[in-house]
Design a binder for this molecule. Structure first.
Ligand code: PMP
Length: 287
C-alpha cells in the first residue's frame, strides 16, 4: 500500500487523498494522464513522458498545473516518500474544479494528482510462454493520440480480454487494420523478418516504449516498417509482441485462440525485449 499521494500541492496519506466532486476529471473525463515506469529505482524515459503530457495538455488547451521543474521535483519526492523501487508513478491533470457546465470555465485552475505503485516484475514464466490476445472492434474516438483519462472503450476492451482469458485486446478498425491494444502498442514480425508497427497518427497513442524500441531497432539495424497491418496479416505473422510502460516488450503467442508462428515467443521479439532491458539497465537519472 503506498503511503502518500500528491493532491494539488499537498502530500497526503493515500487513504485521505481525495478530489472535489466537481473536478471536471470526475464529471467529464476532462483531463490527461501519464504513467512513468520505475525500474531499479530509476524513471524510464521520463522526458518522453513529460513531453507527451505537454502535447496532450496543449491539444486540450489545459494549462500546465506547475512548471516542468516543479513537476519533476514532486515526482522524485513522492517516489522517495513511498520508497518505490519497481513499479510506476501515475499523474493526472484535469481542467480543474468548477460548477458543472460543458464549456471551459473561465479562471479554472488545473488540478494535479499523483500516486505510485510498487509492483513485481513480470514472471519468467509469462515471458517464456508469451501472452494471448483477442481482437475487438476499435470503438474509440478520432483522437487516440491524446492520452486522455476518458478510457471507457479501453476499460471495456480489457475486461472482454480478461473474460476470454487473454492478456490484452487488439483493437481493429473498420477497415480491418489493427490499431493498438487497450493499453499497449501492437507489433508483428513478417515472414521476411521485418518488424512492423502502425505509424503514429491520431488513431493510436504513440507509446513512449514504442518510440524507444523504434530507435533501438534502428540502432541494431533490424528492418522496420511503420505501417498499418491487418488482423489477417497478424494471424499469418511469424511473431507478434506488444509494448507498454508496464509490459515493456511482451511476446504475443496467440491471437483469438490461434497460435502466432510456432506458438512460442519469437526469436526477434525476445531479442528486442533483451535490447530494451539492456537500455533500462544502462539508464542514468535524466538531468
Ligand atoms: N496505447 C494505449 C491506448 C495505451 O494506453 C498505452 C499505455 N499508456 C500505450 C499504447 C503504450 O504507451 P507507453 O509505451 O507510453 O506506455
Amino acid at each position: 500500500m503506498p503511503r502518500d499521494a500528491y493532491v494539488n500541492g499537498r502530500y497526503l496519506p493515500h487513504r485521505d487523498a481525495v478530489v472535489h466532486v466537481e473536478d471536471r476529471g470526475y464529471q467529464f473525463a476532462d483531463g490527461v494522464y501519464e504513467v512513468v515506469p520505475i525500474i531499479n529505482g530509476k524513471l524510464v524515459d521520463e522526458i518522453g513522458h513529460l513531453d507527451r503530457l505537454d502535447r496532450s495538455l496543449d491539444n486540450l488547451e489545459i494549462p500546465a498545473p506547475v512548471s516542468r521543474r516543479a513537476l519533476r521535483m514532486i515526482i522524485r519526492e513522492l517516489i522517495r516518500r513511498n520508497r518505490v523501487t519497481h513499479g510506476s508513478i501515475y499523474f493526472q491533470v484535469t481542467r480543474g474544479v468548477s460548477p458543472r457546465d460543458h464549456k471551459f470555465p473561465a479562471g479554472c485552475r488545473p488540478a494535479l494528482v499523483m500516486t505510485t505503485k510498487q509492483t513485481k516484475p513480470h514472471s519468467a514464466e509469462m515471458l517464456q510462454q508469451g501472452v494471448p490476445v483477442v481482437s475487438l472492434p476499435d470503438e474509440r474516438w478520432a483522437r487516440c493520440d491524446i492520452k486522455s483519462i476518458s478510457l471507457l472503450p479501453n476499460v471495456l476492451g480489457k475486461q472482454k480480454a480478461a473474460e476470454a482469458g487473454a492478456y490484452e485486446a487488439w483493437q481493429v478498425a473498420r477497415d480491418g487494420m489493427v490499431t493498438e491494444g487497450t493499453s499497449s502498442n501492437a507489433w508483428i514480425v513478417t515472414g521476411a523478418g521485418k518488424v512492423v508497427t502502425r505509424d503514429a497518427s491520431n488513431n493510436i497513442l504513440n507509446g513512449i516504449t514504442r518510440t524507444r524500441l523504434i530507435s533501438l531497432i534502428q540502432e541494431q539495424g533490424y528492418e522496420l516498417e511503420e505501417r498499418s497491418f491487418s488482423l489477417d496479416e497478424a494471424l499469418a505473422a511469424r511473431e507478434a509482441f506488444l509494448t507498454s510502460s508496464s509490459s515493456l516488450v511482451m511476446p504475443v503467442t496467440q491471437i483469438d485462440g490461434q497460435p502466432v508462428g510456432n506458438g512460442h515467443p519469437g526469436i526477434l521479439s525476445s531479442k528486442l525485449r533483451d535490447h530494451y532491458l539492456d537500455f533500462i539497465h544502462g539508464l542514468k537519472d535524466e538531468a
